[in-house]
Design a protein around this ligand. Structure first.
Ligand code: DAH
Length: 380
């Protein structure tokens, strides 16, 4: 026969009464049922109550309640051969021992776990622990990534283009006439001593580079930083961010442009958003337009207040806010990159990230984006 599990000298005993009120009555009850049951419960419950940690507790549990060779398992060995009446009494007694030991075990386990937890709790007298500074992406990077993700879902890949650009890409091949006002030093940063080199004023030059490198069809987005020699104020900075998009293939139409931009606008502003296209001139598209979305603040009504007594300050009462520029790629741009405008057509669109982020989070000041004040940055 297998060995009776040892009682380890390292185990210590403790009165289980505080853990399981009613313990004394249980002992009384068992005394009347059988000696072996009484002593097994007496010892087992005292050792369990005295277990100093979870590992020892588990050891004691195995010795008393384990399936094989435990004290309880041993008591059951002769059981089937006993006369019916006695078997009933002993069986009931053994079941009580099992149940009650399990209760002491559970109570002790909880107490040990609670103690372990509270020993981890703050001790106000201890010296402070240095918490590592956990950073996160800038609010503009978050908005950019959200938009890129959306366009990714529509089949667009990202094309990264340069910030220091040639005049030829920023203007000429985008069909800007030589005397266009954007080419003036009042609007554009020219790189000193490098003829024809500018800081890009928009992300549209990316299209020219992409089309020169690749054959149609193309479906690309162009995120990045752009620069203009602006007078800085609450809504103008001399650097900001844009995302352009370009889709070139056979038979691309204005209807495709419209459905793509509607999908996009409703994904960022919600399914109820209304849109409209308003004709606007840009040299690199024909026709060109701007897309407006119904103002999210006044829900397109232009009015605020219970009976509409106040003019909406965000859309200035118009009910619309301008979201982006767009249009059908101008045939001259296709010619400049060696595409045949009789073969392919395409649409393009471009938007400012700061404007979208400012509208989304009611940010009143464009300069906040670059000041790196953590009180601002941690809000997003
Ligand atoms: N590049 C223009 C700007 O910076 C915006 C723009 C308008 C982009 C029309 C486009 C477009 O792609 O089709 O003001």
């Amino acid at each position: 026969m297998a060995e009776i599990p040892a009682i380890e000298p390292t185990w210590s005993e403790e009165d289980p009464e505080p853990l399981v009120p009613g313990h004394a009555q249980r002992l009384e009850e068992l005394k009347g049922l059988g000696e072996a049951e009484y002593f097994t419960y007496l010892k087992g419950s005292r050792y369990l109550a005295g277990a100093r940690d979870l590992r020892v507790l588990q050891e004691i549990h195995t010795a008393f309640l384990g399936r094989a060779n435990s004290h309880v398992a041993r008591m059951m060995i002769g059981l089937p051969r006993l006369p019916v009446e006695e078997r009933k009494i002993r069986g009931r007694a053994i079941n009580l021992v099992k149940k009650w030991l399990a209760e002491v075990h559970e109570a002790r386990r909880r107490a040990l776990e609670a103690a372990a937890e509270s020993s981890l709790a703050a001790d106000a007298t201890e010296p402070g622990q240095q918490r590592p500074w956990v950073g996160h992406r800038h609010v503009l990077a978050q908005v950019r990534d959200e938009l890129l993700d959306l366009f990714h879902g529509l089949g667009y890949s990202v094309y990264v283009s340069r910030e220091v650009e040639l005049d030829a890409y920023n203007f000429t091949r985008l069909n800007f006439p030589p005397d266009h006002p954007a080419r003036d030093a009042h609007d554009t940063y020219f790189v000193e001593g490098a003829d024809g080199v500018v800081l890009r004023t928009h992300t549209s030059p990316g299209w020219v580079r992409a089309m020169e490198e690749r054959k149609p069809p193309l479906r690309l987005v162009f995120p990045g930083r752009t620069f203009r020699a602006e007078q800085v104020d609450a809504s103008h900075m001399d650097q900001f961010h844009q995302i352009d998009g370009l889709y070139v293939a056979r038979n691309v139409s204005m209807a495709d442009l419209k459905s793509t931009l509607n999908t996009f606008a409703r994904a960022i502003y919600g399914g109820h958003t209304r849109t409209r296209l308003v004709p606007v001139f840009f040299p690199f598209v024909e026709p060109g337009c701007q897309m407006d979305v119904s103002c999210a603040i006044c829900n397109g009504t232009g009015r605020l207040g219970e009976s509409g007594e106040r003019r909406c300050p965000v859309c200035k009462g118009s009910g619309w806010s301008e979201l982006l520029g767009a249009g059908m790629v101008h045939p001259n741009v296709f010619r400049a990159v060696g595409y045949d405008p009789e073969e392919v057509t395409g649409f393009a669109f471009g938007m400012g990230l700061e404007r979208i982020a400012m509208a989304r989070y009611s940010i009143p000041e464009i300069r906040l984006f670059l000041e790196n004040d953590v009180r601002f940055l941690t809000q997003f």
